[in-house]
Design a protein around this ligand. Sequence first.
Ligand code: GAL
Length: 330
Amino acid sequence: MSTKPLTPAATGPAFSPGEVWHDVNGRPINAHAGGILFESGRYYWHGQHMTALPTGAKYPPSAGNLTEVGVSCYSSADLFNWRDEGIALAVSEDPAHDLYKGLRLERPKVLRCPATGRYVMWFHYVRSGKTHAESYEAAVCVADRITGPFRLVKVFRADGNQMVRDCTLYQDDDGKAYFFYASEENMTMHVTQLSDDYLDAGVRWERILIGEQREAPALFKHQGRHYLITSGCTGWSHNSAAYAVADHPLGPWKTIGNPCVGPDARTTYESQSTFVLPVQGRPNAFIFMADRWNYANMADSRHLWLPITLKSDATIEIPWRARWDLSVFN
Ligand code: GAL
């Protein structure tokens, strides 16, 4: 694969899904399975900072990536030029700390809580893979600034001791926020409404996509309808995406099918969903964000962004594009 930087060239800046994407300092953007929040004219991208394995070490495809650094943050005014804002949530060097490095910290997502004005981060937490059995919990962090530093509020199993795995946060237009998480050994997804301060869950919660075995949830709302894109459960290996629709985040959700089309639709173009980004100021512009995992070298996992086609019958498609820019939404 090419390592050509994604720079504004004579033809204008463009997204090249699956290629190495550099920040403005020329370093690869290391923010995986993350999400993006728009605030005061800038987009803020939080994601997993992933590290390469020591030379010669092997990663079993079933294993998670152990977190040695934390959650990174980048910002951009135009979605093309990204400034490294540093580590928003750092792991701890203290073995007694819940964030002791070597834990598995996955799919971090950030929202601004309207009631408190603070930023909350939720993620899938697995206690230090070096020292503990897998625990599958949710972790909640808070910060006064979008770029952090975030501090840990708590680690817990949601909704009366439910298993928490792949997850995302979603804020509806009315300011209510929801945490979606794969549960029940990944067989069934749950959605739980957050408290007004966004630091707790369980105001209301529902089991959704029951028995469908989906993970990597990513959602958006268009014309009053919610769309929830998920992957199948095959670890770091790619599989087919599917989407479901609902009028309300708590459901009922109805599965429609694979939004990807064409030759590589079955593998989601060798990637896995992570987030859907609404482009500011363009009510019909949504970007599907996915990760193309490289489990031999997680630091070299690639970002794969594609525009979502909203069809007149309220279905969606995500066709492959090797190179594209925001004019596709015109
Ligand atoms: C995937 C999941 C990733 C990570 C990985 C570990 O299924 O979406 O976030 O947990 O498994 O194998």
